[in-house]
Design a protein around this ligand. Structure first.
Ligand code: F6P
Length: 326
């Protein structure tokens, strides 16, 4: 058990739909337990600059359906320095904050891990990133919404691609991971996919393309993860065009479109469960752990493991995506 009295919550790194639902759950659960809650605005930058405000239950009303993060977010370079972290600690001390819930990805956990080793601040994390690349949880907050958005975009591209018999390379986000690309490809019924976790050669792809056109498959949708080793959609399209100039080839980069928008029901429920769980974890005395949900149960992973271990896409799903695309 822990006797914490004042908890702060912040979002850090790339925003993700559902972060607001997590903030709401943290504030309301903490208030239920008579803890004082503070919002740190702008992630670690806000902690360093003292941009910290008291949050009451009512301050998080009417936000569960909103994308982005009401607490704002940033990727802070200053927090990488000891001076920056010392200033951040002074600001927390001034307000007698004894625990924090951080919402973000690997970079956020890395900062939280170092900071709570240096200072007596209890820290737990919630996985908030569209990339789904966090070890210790089946899904991260924002992933489901982002895949839904990408699929909706691909459905629209399908209409025009099939009307013109064009070959489309469609790039989705995910940084170094292929989770968004894999689920987008399966959910949109794409013809093929390029993931960072696989090495598909251009030669094999061109052979496949020629075969599929012989089967009178006249248009094709190819999903490309931005972190793909052969390059993103633009680079791939250029390479392929050189080999098969007869194809009418187009490129769409979905980009930040897939990071905004109202969170899906899955993300709202996931975020609510994790926000609620995070406050309970602090009250149970847990420290330097990231929460997740595995097989529908709340799980706890040390920051150390969450940062150093990697999660990889399910190989069977990759195989399935290719079989179903035939
Ligand atoms: O981590 C989330 C993410 O959207 C990645 O998919 C992408 O590579 C990156 O952030 C983009 O970051 P920024 O918005 O800072 O350009």
């Amino acid at each position: 058990m822990s006797n914490i009295k004042r908890v702060a919550v912040f979002t850090s790194g790339g925003d993700a739909p559902g972060m607001n639902a997590a903030v709401r759950a943290v504030v309301r659960t903490a208030s239920y337990h008579d803890l004082h809650v503070y919002g740190i605005y702008g992630g670690y930058e806000g902690m360093i600059n003292g941009n910290i405000k008291r949050l009451e239950k009512g301050d998080v009303g009417n936000i569960i359906h909103r994308g982005g993060t009401i607490l704002k977010t940033a990727r802070s370079m200053e927090f990488h320095t000891k001076e920056g972290r010392d200033r951040a600690y002074e600001n927390l001390q001034d307000l007698q904050i004894d625990a924090c819930v951080c919402i973000g990805g690997n970079g956020t956990y890395t900062g939280a891990n170092i900071f709570s080793k240096e200072n007596p601040i209890q820290m737990v994390g919630i996985p908030g990133t569209i990339d789904n690349d966090i070890y210790g949880t089946d899904a991260t907050i924002g992933f489901d919404t982002s895949v839904n958005t990408a699929i909706e975009a691909v459905d629209r591209i399908r209409d025009t691609a099939s009307s013109h018999n064009r070959l489309f390379f469609i790039e989705v986000m995910g940084r170094h991971a292929g989770f968004i690309a894999l689920n987008t490809a399966i959910g949109s019924g794409a013809g093929n996919l390029f993931l960072p976790e696989e090495d598909e050669s251009i030669e094999d792809f061109v052979l496949w393309l020629k075969k599929s056109s012989r089967r009178r498959k006249l248009f094709n949708l190819i999903i490309v993860a931005e972190g793909n080793t052969e390059g993103g959609a633009t680079a791939l399209a250029e390479k392929v065009k050189n080999e098969v100039p007869e194809f009418d080839t187009k490129v769409t980069v979905i980009g930040h479109l897939q990071r905004g928008g109202s969170p899906s029901s899955m993300d709202r429920v996931l975020a609510s469960r994790l926000g609620y769980g995070a406050v309970n974890a602090l009250l149970d005395g847990r420290d330097r752990v990231a929460l997740g949900i595995i097989n529908d149960e709340i799980s706890y992973t040390s920051f150390e493991d969450a940062i150093t271990k990697s999660k990889v896409p399910n190989q069977e799903l990759i195989k399935m995506a290719r079989i179903l695309a035939m």
